[in-house]
Design a protein around this ligand. Structure first.
Ligand code: HEA
Ligand code: HEM
Ligand SMILES: [Cu+2]
Length: 656
């Protein structure tokens, strides 16, 4: 124990890196400022009651979005540090060791702690409202998922200030990630941070599958669901099959590192290729997990802003589900070059190419939806229009990568880097931004400034092409990924400098977005209609922001685009819905257990990372105690009286 405390002290206090000292000091000051503000304004009770113990899907959604945007900032700073290092040949801005840490944390943070929570935030904010439900199927579990995600993300980020960041790449291939080659605790922070948040993700997948299958408003058959709900279902199904693989893989790596097992070492009967297969059996579906909901968002937006029904509804559903299933049969395209049998390579090349077909179907459906539509170009639609060409090029270069013989040239080059940023930024990031812009008024009750939004869109969009298009040519010219610097003799300097300029333009785009939010909060334009975009689905039928109970009376949803059809009928003076009496509403109660249990997981993880069993074991006991206490909690629920509901409705609808 003394040894591990000495190790801790030496790694904590003697890092020698001014950047890390700087970060420590600024984190310290931020924490002090936060505690002081909460104490001064007497907000601790409010924080606990309204946010930490909440099980309301809307609040959980907001917390996910805030966490994701903070992580986007950190991942973005990482990206710009790397691009600065690569701006000119022979730069000494970052050491090679530091560069390794940064691409590792950037990759992990962007995919697992930015894209995933932004996606879960949108699931939470939108799905119950779109299907006419009052919450998700398991609100307690939902809160637990969020806190596990947050504690996992905090644990991962903590490595930056204590013990050093992981540096074995975002997927931590052994043998590099084994104890012998990565002796520092950074890799253990990686294992535990991702493990804890991954369990949260799995539970979110389960929660949304049950919510969608069981909690839809009467009349809403599966084939009448909004397309975003279908995409959430497709993504959640992918999650429940993919995430257990991640859990097992990381657990095995943890056993290797912590207890000297030999699952992935060549000595002692293990095999690193086993890890490569397992991690991609999760890793490949993972990229589709994050893109599928983006497809759903684009479908909603295209149809709303073209004022037309979505073209090819059935083929869209079919395409989403096909992609979800097929994504489990393509994983080996990530290691065509690692000595796989020719027949295996041929199989995986073909399965990969097949995915282009359902994806193409979707692209054409969006185009046909816009065809002859009365399109308006507000910000959500702009991001959607920016996405289409970007994603098509990124997808097509993916098909080039799937041509196995050619991949021997492209693999691990900047061509690959350009491919995946094009689909991840042009597809996932643009998609979630579009969703955030689209549903913002519903969530917060005010609209975002359009002008600043347009500035943000154009700087991001142009910045994207300036940053990533040159990388295809750098890749073809032999520049490999994970290179921390290069010489003048290579002739890569113009393209790299251009790319760095583009990276900073995207940074500017992010600043515009923050400015846009700040500006819109200051000069608040309240959304009094509840339906600012002339929407088509049920979430637009209720006031903005949605009341605690969502729907005073559960709606009837017999058609696709139920709210649109209802508006049409109302305009024609047809009354089909008989006024239902308002009844007391049954709601799930708050609980502090998800938070406390997640803190126990954090403590357990931290204990294992440093080999402190005196800390890990009480953590585990805490987790068990939380489970026990919760299983004896029988009546954590309450009713909102009908009078209160009537009063809230009247206030929100401005009839009082
Ligand atoms: C959201 C994320 C996302 C998405 C959607 C995709 C989509 C695709 N990806 Fe990509 N990919 C990544 C994220 C993503 N990828 C990441 C992160 C890596 C690298 C990880 C790492 O190594 O660190 C990677 C790596 C990667 C490789 C490994 C290369 C290597 O390591 O050497 C391959 C190889 O086949 C590949 C292929 C594809 C294909 C075929 C698609 C297809 O789904 C694309 C389908 C879309 C289209 C084709 C466009 C629209 C279609 C039409 C307009 C119809 C007409 C077209 C045809 C019929 C061809 N990807
Ligand atoms: C803001 C714009 C961004 C810029 C400028 C940027 C830049 C970079 C750079 C320079 C690298 C390292 C390349 C290398 O040396 O191999 C990298 C890697 C990576 N990026 Fe980004 N990035 C951006 C956004 C994103 C986003 C939004 C995501 C995901 C949603 C993402 C996911 C990744 C991944 C997975 C890696 C690979 C990490 C690894 O090799 O282990 N990036 N990025
Ligand atoms: Cu893949």
């Amino acid at each position: 124990m003394l040894e591990s405390i000495k190790k801790f002290a030496s790694e904590f206090f003697v890092t020698g890196d001014p950047l890390i000292y700087g970060a420590m000091v600024s984190i310290g000051f931020t924490m002090i400022a936060l505690v002081a503000t909460l104490t001064y304004f007497k907000k601790w009770g409010w924080l606990w009651r309204e946010w930490i113990t909440t099980v309301d899907h809307k609040r959980i959604g907001i917390m996910y979005v805030i966490a994701a945007l903070l992580m986007l900032f950190r991942g973005g700073v990482d990206a710009l540090l790397m691009r600065t290092q690569l701006a000119l040949p022979n730069m000494e801005f970052l050491t090679p060791e530091h560069y390794n840490q940064i691409f590792t944390t950037h990759g992990v943070i962007m995919i697992l702690f930015m894209a995933m929570p932004l996606m879960f935030g949108l699931f939470n904010l939108v799905v119950p409202l779109q299907i006419g439900a009052r919450d998700v199927a398991f609100p307690f579990l939902n809160s637990l998922s969020f806190w596990l995600f947050l504690m996992g993300a905090m644990l991962f980020n903590l490595s930056f200030v204590i013990g050093g960041s992981p540096d074995a790449g975002w997927l931590a291939y052994p043998p590099l990630s084994e104890k012998v080659f990565s002796p520092s605790v950074g890799q253990d922070f990686y294992n535990w941070g991702i493990q804890i948040s991954g369990i949260g993700s799995l539970m979110t997948g389960i929660n949304f599958i049950v919510t969608i299958l069981k909690m839809r408003a009467p009349g809403m058959k599966l084939m009448k669901m909004p397309m975003f709900v279908w995409s959430v279902l497709a993504s959640s199904v992918t999650i429940i099959f993919a995430f257990p693989i991640l859990t097992v893989t990381l657990a095995l790596l943890m056993l290797d590192r912590t207890f000297g097992a030999h699952f992935f070492t060549l000595d002692g009967g293990g095999n690193p290729m086993m890890y490569i297969n397992l991690i991609w059996m999760w890793g490949h579906p993972e990229v589709y997990i994050v893109i599928l909901p983006a497809f759903g968002i684009f479908s909603e937006i295209v149809s709303t802003f073209s004022k037309k029904k979505l073209f090819g509804y059935k083929s869209m559903v079919f395409a989403l589900m096909t992609i979800s299933i097929t994504s489990f049969f393509t994983w080996a395209h990530h290691f065509f070059t690692m000595g796989t049998d020719a027949n295996v390579i041929a199989f995986f090349a073909v399965t990969t190419m097949i995915i282009a077909i359902p994806t193409g179907v979707k692209v054409f459906n969006w185009l046909f939806t816009m065809f002859r539509g009365r399109i308006t170009f507000q910000t959500p639609m702009l991001w959607t229009l920016g996405f289409i060409p970007c994603f098509v090029v990124g997808g097509l270069t993916g098909v080039m990568l799937s041509v196995a013989p050619a991949d021997f040239q492209f693999h691990n080059s900047y061509f690959l880097i350009a491919h995946f940023h094009q689909v991840l930024i042009g597809g996932v990031a643009f998609g979630f931004f579009a969703g955030l812009y689209y549903w913002w008024p519903k969530v917060f009750g005010f609209t975002l400034n359009e002008k600043l939004g347009k500035w943000a869109f154009w700087t991001w969009n142009i910045g994207f092409y300036v940053c990533f298009m040159p990388q295809y040519f750098l890749g073809l010219d032999g520049m490999t990924r994970r290179t921390s610097t290069f010489g003048w003799d290579k002739g890569w300097y113009e393209l790299n400098l251009t790319s760095t300029i583009g990276g900073f333009m995207m940074g500017l785009g992010f600043i515009f977005q923050v400015w846009q939010i700040a500006h819109s909060v200051r000069f608040m334009q309240k959304d009094t209609t509840g339906d600012p975009w002339n929407g088509r689905t049920l979430e637009w039928s209720i006031p903005s922001p949605a009341p605690e109970y969502n729907f005073a009376v559960i709606p009837q949803a017999d058609e696709q685009d139920a709210w649109w059809e209802e508006k049409k009928r109302r305009a024609e003076g047809i009354v089909t819905v008989t006024e239902q009496p308002i009844e007391p509403i049954h709601m799930p109660g708050k609980s502090g257990i998800p938070f406390i249990k997640s803190v126990c997981w954090f403590v357990t993880g931290f204990g294992f990372i440093w080999g402190w069993y005196w800390m890990a074991i009480p953590g585990l006991i805490g987790i068990a105690a939380c489970m026990l206490i919760h299983s004896f909690t029988y009546d954590n629920e309450y009713y909102i009286p009908a009078e209160t509901v009537k009063h809230t409705e009247a206030t929100l609808r401005g009839t009082m």
